[in-house]
Structures are given as C-alpha cells and as structure tokens.
Design a protein around this ligand. Structure first.
Ligand code: JFZ
Length: 461
C-alpha cells in the first residue's frame, strides 16, 4: 500500500469512528471533532515544558563552561535556508505549518526542491547588519541554521555540493561572514545543525516520499556525514559557542554520546544543546515557545518565534508585540532560563522589518533594565501573577508587570531588605520600605513608571 493509500484508509477509519461515536452519543460529529482537538491541545499544554530526554546532563549544572551562557540570557535564533524562497506557498497553494517544513508538508521530491538552490541569491545579505541588529537588541549570542531538516547547508562543505558556496549563484559562505562580524561585535556565534532529520540525504531521517526508510542506514549517515560536517563547522569558523542539535528522534544513546564527545574534543568550550537527545546536553531545551510555570533548577533555554513560523513565510503576520516579548524574556529569566528568539530572513537576505522593530524595542528596554536580566538567576518571588523576580549578588530585582493601584508593592522575601529604588532612576532615589518577617512592602509612585515592566531593585542582606 502506498503512503497516500494508507493515509486515505486511516482517514476513512477515523471518520467512521467519529460518526459511530457521534451517533451513539447523540451529538454532532463536528462538535465531537472540535472537542477532541481541544483535548489534544490541552494534553500538549499539560506536558512538562522541558521533556526528560531534552534535559541537562547532571555534571553540566555546575560546569563553568556555561558561565557565558548563564550571563547572556538572550540570544538570536536564525532560521534561513532554501525554504525562504517558497516562503509558505508551493505551486500556488499555501502549505499549512511552519515555513521550514514545506518540503515535508508538501512532499516535494528531492529533485524538485533541490532546484531552489539555483535561485538562492540573497544579494542583500549583510552579516554586519544582522549582527548589529542582534547587538542593538541586547542579544549576546546568535544561533543560525547551518543545516536544517531540508538538508541544505549554509556553509561550504566537502561532503556535499548542496551548499551555499558550491550550489547557489550567491557563492559566498554566510557563516564565514557572520563569524567575522560576531567576533568584532563580541557576540558568540552558534550553529544549529539537524543531526537526525535530513530529507535530502538518502540515509537521513524523515523523507519517506523519496526514500524507503527500511532500506536506510542511519548510522552510516551519522558516521560519514554528520560527524565530518560537525568537524567542518568546528574547524573552519573559529570558536563556536554551542551546537544546537535538534529533534533527536531515533538517536541512540551511543550516537548522542559520540556527538557530544566529538564536539568537546574539537572545541572543549563549545556547548551542546539538550536536543542532542538522551539527556546528554550541556543545557536543557524547552519545547518550542514553552515556558515552565515556576523556576527550574537546570540551565535551560526556550527557543521561540516572534510570529508563528521559524523560516520566512510571506503571509504569517501574527507578530507578538514588543511588550509581550519583553515580558516573556523576563518570565524566562526569572525561572533560570535563556530566551532564544527567532528571526526568519527573506530570500533576499533581509531580517523582516516587523522582527527588527520588535528586537530594537526590546533592546531599548534592556538598555535601561539589562542589569536585572543579564547574569541574573531566578529570584525569590515565584508564582505571583503580576510580578517576576530575578537575583544577582545581594540584589533582588522585582519585575512588576501589573502596577498595583496606589503603587504599594507587597511581596514575600527571605532575608533583610536594606533598601529599594527604581532601576530606571539614575539617582537611585530611595523608596520607602517596610518589612515584617518575610513580608516586604515598598511604596512606589502611584502610577506605573513603565507600563511593560517596572524594575524595583531591593538590596538584601
Ligand atoms: C524543531 C524543528 O523541527 C523546527 O523546524 C524548528 O527548527 C524548531 C526550533 O525545532 O521543532 C520542534 C522541536 C521540538 C519541539 C517542538 C518543535 N518540542 O520539543 O516541543
């Protein structure tokens, strides 16, 4: 039976089950379907934000190699590749889902998808500009898709011509140019690399419309393709902050372990993401756009989108507001996490303007309030709707999202509070503080000084 036939059979069976159930329960079939989908979404939301197998190796929790990353807290994710050309539309049809998955979602044959490389000519690409946007946004590291699931490589590789230098009219290596600019700007360059899914490679995971999965030799692909390419990435671009492996799927413990060892052998300081699989990462990876409810005692990161796609889609206009993004950053940092916020540049090589606007807005807020974000960890106030807290040395930073009426801020904090001031106040003018046991009451101005997040600094003994 072909894939299409199997899908049709399954769909028919599912429809029959729904029809049967709707009849016996005496409800409309469409209601039943909607109800079921709601439950599936609910189930997804109820799953832990950080899955066990994307966790952090225990030894890494205290490893000083992570110190730069713990200090950084905010990074730029870049999803860029051939998928930016169709940008969500294939042969006139809008393909649902995230942009970089178009090859799989539309079952585009390798021979056809490959042709996109001949059109990829991002003449407006300017590494300096991209890095400058990250810098002005207050982002301290930059993680770019060196190879995504579609198999196309943004870097010059000896192991395939399906790469930016050998396979496109552009002929330049954007990772080389980014490496130089990152070095100058003091931003850590990091590489996303899809180690399991590769819909182009005959032995890679995930393409069952061109290849027969039963006949594939995944181990050979890891040994003779993934590892040599990881070696290239860690040899040709200077010091790399981390390798962001993704969707471990079938990765065995041995395979995860050997990738981890290879990375650490080539660049001992280079970190490995939790999605290398089998709880072996240097830090844990939360589900996409997921934020845990309370602080997590791990080093972890949320990868997130500004709209709903990673790779550029012309018709995804569902942009989160700057205010929302600032609060998400603070929410994550207040729980010990890092925020890796994505942009999906166009096939011309430009970061979409709505993304730039929001990033620069975040940077502006961070210019004033960065002290309460960078190098901080989870603060003592947790699980409070209107307030988050971060902490560093003898300071607790209260992040007030919803300013209470009259400006009286009341929180529970262990330790003696010796003073309070608004972080945005250059004079650090003292705010009245009263404390009774753990209850601390700060008298702030009647009106919220910052509608998004007003930071109050508490000095704690
Ligand atoms: C993966 C990729 O498939 C996707 O294209 C993108 O690169 C994203 C950053 O990562 O997608 C995932 C991986 C893991 C989860 C969700 C989407 N997860 O654990 O919830």
């Amino acid at each position: 039976m072909s894939k299409i036939e199997r899908t049709i059979t399954l769909t028919e069976q599912l429809a029959e089950r729904f029809a049967e159930m709707a009849e016996t329960q005496g409800v409309e079939m469409s209601d039943l379907v909607n109800f079921t989908l709601e439950r599936v979404l609910e189930w997804n939301r109820s799953r832990p934000a950080i899955a066990d197998d994307r966790g952090q190796r225990q030894e890494a929790r205290v490893d000083p190699r992570l110190d730069w990353w713990r200090e950084a807290r905010f990074g730029m994710f870049i999803h860029w590749g051939l998928y930016a050309i169709p940008a969500g539309t294939w042969k006139g049809k809008r393909i649902p889902g995230i942009g970089e998955w178009i090859m799989k979602r539309a079952h585009i044959p390798v021979a056809e998808y490959e042709q996109l490389a001949k059109q990829f000519n991002p003449v407006q690409f300017d590494a300096k500009e991209w890095v400058s946007i990250a810098k002005r946004a207050g982002q301290k590291y930059l993680t770019i898709t060196s190879k995504h699931h579609d198999g196309f490589c943004l870097f010059k590789s000896e192991y395939t011509d399906y790469n930016m230098v050998d396979g496109t009219p552009f002929g330049r290596d954007p990772l080389k140019e980014l490496a130089e600019e990152c070095q100058k700007a003091g931003i850590k360059l990091c590489f996303y690399y899809s180690q399991t899914q590769d819909w182009h490679h005959p032995d890679g995971d995930g393409n069952d419309w061109d290849y027969h999965p039963q006949e594939q030799e995944f181990d050979l692909y890891v040994e003779h393709y993934v590892k040599p390419q990881v070696r290239e990435l860690l040899t040709n671009y200077g010091p790399i902050g981390l390798i962001w492996f993704d969707t471990p799927k079938t990765m065995t413990e041995e395979q995860s372990q050997s990738l981890l060892e290879l990375v650490h052998e080539l660049q001992p300081d280079c970190l490995v993401s939790g999605r290398v699989g089998n709880t072996m990462g240097d830090y844990a990876s939360a589900g996409d756009n997921r934020i845990p409810d309370v602080a997590v005692d791990l080093d972890w990161e949320t990868p997130a989108t500004i709209n709903d796609t990673w790779g550029w889609k012309t018709y995804d206009h569902n942009w989160k507001s700057t205010e929302e993004l600032i609060q998400k950053l603070v929410d994550i940092v207040s729980k010990n996490g890092n925020y890796l916020l994505n942009v999906g540049p166009t096939p011309e090589g430009l970061i979409p303007q709505p993304s730039v606007d929001r990033l620069l807005g975040m940077g502006k807020w961070l210019d004033t309030n960065g002290e309460a974000v960078y190098g901080t960890k989870a603060g003592p106030v947790q699980g409070v709707e209107w307030c988050r807290s971060t902490a560093k040395e003898n300071k607790v930073y209260l992040h007030v999202f919803d300013w209470p009426e009259g400006g009286t801020i009341e929180v529970s904090i262990p330790g003696t509070v010796s003073g309070a001031y608004l972080l945005a106040d250059p004079d650090k003018g003292a705010l009245p503080v009263a404390q009774e046991k753990d209850q601390v009451v700060v008298s702030g101005p009647a009106e919220a000084p910052d509608a998004v997040d007003t930071v109050i600094v508490l000095t704690v003994e």
